[in-house]
Design a protein around this ligand. Structure first.
Ligand SMILES: [Zn+2]
Length: 360
């Protein structure tokens, strides 16, 4: 007999569209009442399982973690309602988690690619410019359709943020990834790095703290989304305080980027730039904070429906995953109240259903 769960509450099939009457039948959603009576009836408002578009499973404060720790990280994300993770670079091979019944669906980017000694030690595959294209090809083949570049970092000789690689090399590297059928995203803090990445035909920008009004039309026209990771940007003042004695220019730059963090997100949204929710959990940020990031985006000025969309319907469509439609994989979260009216309801979800299995 089929395994049936009934969702008796309103189902948000989009940020503004509500259906009534949905069921999971053997792990697939349907909007027609099945012949088999439900084994369980779950009440509440139904949303697609949240997407964390910038998360690092298998990464800890000093590099790769063991599989037990990676499993705990994935469990923390799952319990918070993150049922789909775009991993934004991990030094640990987490392929063993994929297809499991107990883990979020995982889209891997392979390892971060950084310039030699220009990123956190032990995190990235580190290369010089003449090795970038080959490194990108390798990660494109190893990952699940995404490659992660560290686009800029402190250049200690200059005492400030600077692009990791020359523009022409970045262009060739992005082209190489596209030839391999992969998309490229880049960690970018500084203003000038964004011009280089847009010129190269990048597919997504992480953090995007250097976003200036001059960049906005290009992001919108080229359809390049940003993942602001606001709960991680909140740590910039601490980074600046530590750097101050040796690198005062860099520290001042980081503080200035932090000061504009909310306006920048609001301006991007107003200009039609797509925004997705990512926590950057893994090294500094603990796992399981997707609701905090959604609420931070709302706090920055995104209307609540847009903030939810950054981790729900739009995020799933962007990553090629199912939303809430007939025949979709039953990956849903259930909250007590309408999250558009009571956004805080997403911080304590009543139920989680992963692939048609009730986790909670
Ligand atoms: Zn990250």
């Amino acid at each position: 007999m089929a395994e049936v769960i009934e969702f008796s509450g309103p189902v948000l099939t989009g940020p503004q569209t509500v259906e009534r009457g949905a069921w999971s039948v053997d792990g697939r959603l349907t909007f027609s009442r099945p012949a088999t009576p439900p084994g369980r009836v779950l009440a509440g408002w139904v949303l697609p399982g949240f997407v964390d578009a910038h998360c690092h499973i298998g990464l800890g404060p000093s590099g790769p973690v063991d599989s037990g720790t990676a499993q705990e990280q994935a469990a923390a994300d799952l319990n918070a309602g993150t049922l789909l993770v775009r991993d934004a670079g991990s030094p640990a091979d987490t392929r063993w988690m994929q297809g499991g019944r107990d883990f979020p669906v995982l889209i891997r980017a392979g390892r971060h690619i950084a310039r030699t000694r220009r990123y956190l030690r032990g995190f990235a595959e580190e290369v010089e410019p003449d090795g970038l294209v080959e490194a990108v090809r390798k990660q494109a083949r190893d990952g699940d359709g995404w490659v992660k570049l560290v686009g800029d970092w402190i250049d200690r000789s200059a005492g400030d943020l600077a692009p990791s690689f020359p523009a022409a090399v970045v262009r060739d590297a992005v082209q190489a990834a596209h030839d391999e059928g992969a998309r490229v995203t880049a960690h970018c803090f500084a203003e000038d790095t964004l011009d280089q990445m847009l010129d190269a035909g990048i597919d997504c920008i992480e953090h995007a703290t250097g976003l200036l009004p001059r960049h906005l039309p290009r992001f919108a026209e080229q359809g390049v989304p940003i993942v602001p990771t606001l709960i991680n940007i909140a740590t910039f003042p601490e980074i600046a305080a530590q750097a101050d004695p040796k690198f005062p220019r860099y520290a001042a730059h980081m503080r200035a980027l932090w000061e504009r963090r909310l306006e920048r997100v609001a301006e991007a949204h107003a200009a039609g730039v797509r925004i997705f929710a990512g926590t950057d959990a893994g090294s500094v940020i603990r796992h399981g904070r997707i609701a905090d990031e959604i609420l931070a985006l709302h706090g920055a000025g995104l209307p609540v429906a847009a903030a939810l969309d950054s981790a729900c319907w739009a995020a799933r469509a962007w990553l090629g995953a199912d939303g809430l439609e007939e025949g979709a994989r039953a990956d849903v979260v259930v909250c007590r109240e309408d999250p558009r009216a009571v956004p805080g309801t997403i911080t304590s979800l009543d139920h989680l259903v992963l692939g048609g299995r009730i986790i909670r």
